[in-house]
Design a protein around this ligand. Structure first.
Ligand SMILES: [Zn+2]
Length: 314
């Protein structure tokens, strides 16, 4: 069942995570749920190629039609494989549907130009980097971006047709799927999928495992509130995170702590009077140096630092 893009990790009876192989180009995790009479797929990875393999794997594992595909949020590494599921109905929050729809048709030239810029800046960062873990992560990122660059001419946007605000329930013959949204934290609108019978949570990027959570354009304060609500309201034994291996619910607390520490660190930096460049040279926050996507800590820092500077100057 494993392939070059993802490994299959069983989370519970009838539930599997398709866990992205670092550097393979698939980037985001996906999940497969056998609800008894039908199959539900959550997220579709970063590439049409890996999306096609996800569909084949889901069909082999469950031997049932994939009736529904849920997009947890609008980021490319969770929706770019959508086009490989044209027999399925797509579900998302209203806001995620609107965001995908407003992005319009794929603009091949513009997207490739932007990725080329990112590739150039990754080369630049790599040339000045000495930390071996960071060099590995930047190498992974470069191969992901090259794979996406090559895939863009074949990319088609697929917009969900079934939408919900805060809760949608799919009742299968064997198990129930609750699609829930508590608003936006990681993105403008994030959904999680909860399977109560198996006490399993498919978290999208609200929860990552030993992977730096990507913060820009989200709302870290709302994100913490959402995670606390999940801790309080849902009985969870197993988490399929948006990035990293299938895990236990202590990863929820790991992300809360990361967000709290980052907010505290950046707010101290923003009142220090020292320039952004000084802080960027300091590298990744203590304790998180060995997490995946370590290179995104700078991006988080820069975004939050500048947001806070604007607020402090009001
Ligand atoms: Zn995301």
């Amino acid at each position: 069942m494993n392939n070059k893009y993802f490994t299959i990790q069983q989370a519970a009876e009838g539930i599997w995570g398709a866990i992205s192989v670092p550097g393979s180009g698939s980037l985001g995790n996906a999940a497969i749920i056998d609800i008894g009479d039908l199959t539900v797929v959550v997220d579709t990875t970063n590439l049409p190629h890996s999306g096609a393999l996800l569909r084949q794997t889901a069909e082999q594992l469950t031997n049932k039609p994939i009736k529904y595909v849920i997009n947890t949020h609008f980021h490319g590494d969770h929706v770019n494989g959508n086009q490989e599921f044209m027999e399925s109905d797509f579900i998302s929050t209203v806001w995620t549907r609107d965001l995908l729809s407003e992005m319009g048709k794929v603009n091949i030239d513009l997207m490739q130009q932007n990725i080329q810029k990112l590739i150039n800046s990754l080369h630049q960062v790599r040339s000045q980097e000495k930390n071996p873990h960071m060099l590995t992560e930047i190498g992974y990122d470069l191969s992901v971006q090259r794979a996406l660059y090559d895939a863009i001419p074949s990319l088609r946007r697929v917009i969900p047709t079934i939408t919900f605000d805060d809760k949608l329930v799919i009742k299968g013959a064997k198990r129930t799927v609750e699609v829930l949204s508590y608003g936006g934290g990681h993105s403008l609108s994030d959904a999680v999928i909860y399977v109560p019978e198996e006490r399993t949570l498919i978290a999208g990027d609200l929860i990552t495992n030993k992977t730096i959570p990507v913060m820009p354009h989200g709302n870290p304060y709302a994100w913490i509130r959402i995670l606390r609500r999940i801790q309080r309201d849902l009985k969870v034994d197993t988490v399929i995170p948006g990035h990293g291996d299938v895990s236990t619910p202590d990863k929820i607390l790991d992300v809360i702590r990361f967000l709290e520490k980052t907010i505290a660190y950046v707010s101290e930096a923003a009142t220090s009077g020292k320039p952004e460049s000084y802080w960027l040279n300091e590298g990744v926050l203590n304790g998180y140096e060995d997490w995946h996507l370590a290179q995104y800590f700078r991006w988080n820092f820069r975004w939050l630092f500048n947001t806070m500077l604007v607020q402090n100057n009001r």
